[in-house]
Design a protein around this ligand. Structure first.
Ligand code: PLP
Length: 454
């Protein structure tokens, strides 16, 4: 067997989010992905796998869409690149900005384009600081995030991310970052607590944090409408309206990180609309192009826009830009992707297939003694494993139960994601998932759970 690529890979390639030492020791499976179509990927060893996580929950329209590939090729031939500084644009980037705002929640004004979710959130924080400086509030700069929130891997965004691995040994978090409770009802401390009381507790601890630090030092609150990487957890009922009320009262901006939820994953175009958030900034990436090309955006609300405009009257051009802001190829992919989502009605499809998948997971595993929670909204679903259901005790993380089930599922040809904190199997497939593919995921997961846990 020719192992040239595998050898080069081991010798040269620094893989992100990878156990480097285990990789070097040859203990991690190397997989060279060669092609993909619909919900399936194929590798160089001839395996065909059902991708239950749409890459990194980003290939929302599914793999191999000729409409997007053709749009990218046509753009590359016509105009591969020009920058967007000092008022330049392209047909693709200008059209896409309009398409995004046509779909965005009410009260949004403009789109700033970036490359990925991390840089879009870096942009958001800089815009918030710029905004408060222009308003003459230089002390109002801290950003509140939640434990288990995921907002990227940059210096600021890695600080906002409330997961240990993204901070430990990196000297993060930076100053000006505060963390508050995750709205993770299943993991509440007191099992007898009602959902309403749990929400009240999240709100009270946010209020305490604001009182302790001083509202005049806090600029913004950032959150994913439904927690993603931190566990795939839809918020308890009433959470966002209650948080929004606190933020409004203290003049704290809301950044909705919709990198995962934007453009349909929850069965609504935006999670902000789904849960009654009124954000000042919305982060978009992944589903904007279904990952056919890198592109992200910060959607800026009216209130901030009016101030940002004034700022440039005082200070000249805004000193923030990337070479690849609004890259024409990413923008062309975005236009074709959003058109396809409309034509195939994929947003409502995601809601329907998501409900079917959750039902299938419940049928297959609902009464297993080690399945503590089956949750989801649209095509963002999770199965959380527990050692004991009645006492809701968790496995010792060192046992790696979630990773073992994930591996057992993979050996049956289905990809899930073992989420980083807890024994949580995540499913966020492309929106074109068929009911029989959903049944396959559920059936094979049940087999995998029984193989590992009996
Ligand atoms: N925000 C959220 C909610 C995400 O899930 C991610 C990535 O998974 C990011 C931001 C960072 O995006 P990127 O990896 O494109 O930088």
């Amino acid at each position: 067997k020719n192992t040239q690529l595998e050898d080069w890979d081991r010798e040269n390639f620094f893989h992100p989010s990878t156990h480097l030492a285990e990789f070097a020791r040859g203990n991690l499976a190397q997989r060279v992905i060669t092609t993909a179509s619909g919900c399936h990927i194929e590798d160089s060893a001839g395996n065909r796998l059902l991708d239950g996580f749409a890459g990194l929950y980003c290939v929302n329209v599914g793999y191999g869409r000729p409409e997007i590939a053709d749009a990218i090729a046509a753009q590359a031939r016509e105009l591969a690149y020009y920058h967007a500084y000092v008022g330049h644009g392209t047909e693709a980037s200008i059209t896409l900005s309009k398409m995004i705002l046509d779909r965005a929640p009410e009260g949004m004004s403009k789109v700033y384009f970036g490359l990925g979710g991390s840089d879009a959130n870096e942009t958001n924080v800089k815009l918030v600081w710029y905004y408060n400086n222009i308003r003459g509030l230089p002390e109002k700069k801290k950003i509140i995030s939640r434990w288990r929130g995921y907002h990227g891997s940059g210096l600021m965004t890695g600080s906002l991310t409330g997961l240990e691995a993204f901070q430990k040994k990196f000297d993060l978090p930076l100053d000006r970052v505060l963390h508050t409770d995750a709205p993770y009802y299943f993991r509440r401390k007191d099992l007898d607590q009602s959902e309403a009381d749990f929400v009240a507790q999240c709100v009270a601890s946010l209020e305490e944090l604001i009182a302790r630090e001083g509202a005049d030092t806090i600029a913004a609150f950032i959150g994913e409408p439904a927690l993603g990487t931190g566990g795939l957890v839809p918020p308890p009922a009433g959470y966002w309206p209650a948080i929004q009320e606190v933020l409004d009262r203290h003049d704290i901006l809301l950044i909705a990180d919709e990198v995962v939820t934007g453009f349909g994953r929850l069965g609504s175009m935006f999670g902000s609309d789904h849960y009654g958030m009124r954000p000042d900034l919305i982060t978009i990436a992944k589903g904007l192009t279904s990952a056919y090309a890198p592109l992200s955006g910060s959607i800026v609300g009216d209130k901030m826009w009016k101030v940002l405009e004034q700022g440039t009257d005082e200070n000249g051009p805004i000193g923030h830009g990337w070479t690849y802001s609004a890259h024409p190829i990413g923008a062309a992919a975005g236009v074709a992707n959003l058109k396809l989502i409309d034509e195939l009605d994929l947003v409502s499809t995601a809601g329907k297939v998501g409900a079917y998948l959750k039902g299938a997971l419940n049928d297959a595993l609902g009464d297993h003694a080690n399945v503590g929670d089956i949750r989801g909204e649209g095509l963002l679903c999770a199965v959380e494993l527990v050692e004991d259901r009645d006492s809701r005790s968790f496995f010792d993380p060192k046992k790696g139960v979630g990773a073992a089930v994930n591996a057992a599922l993979l050996s049956r040809g289905v990809i899930s994601r073992a989420m980083p904190q807890g024994d949580i199997l995540g499913f966020a497939p492309p929106f074109c998932l068929s009911e029989s593919e959903a049944d396959e995921i559920a059936g094979k997961l049940a087999e995998a759970v029984r193989e590992v846990l009996g």
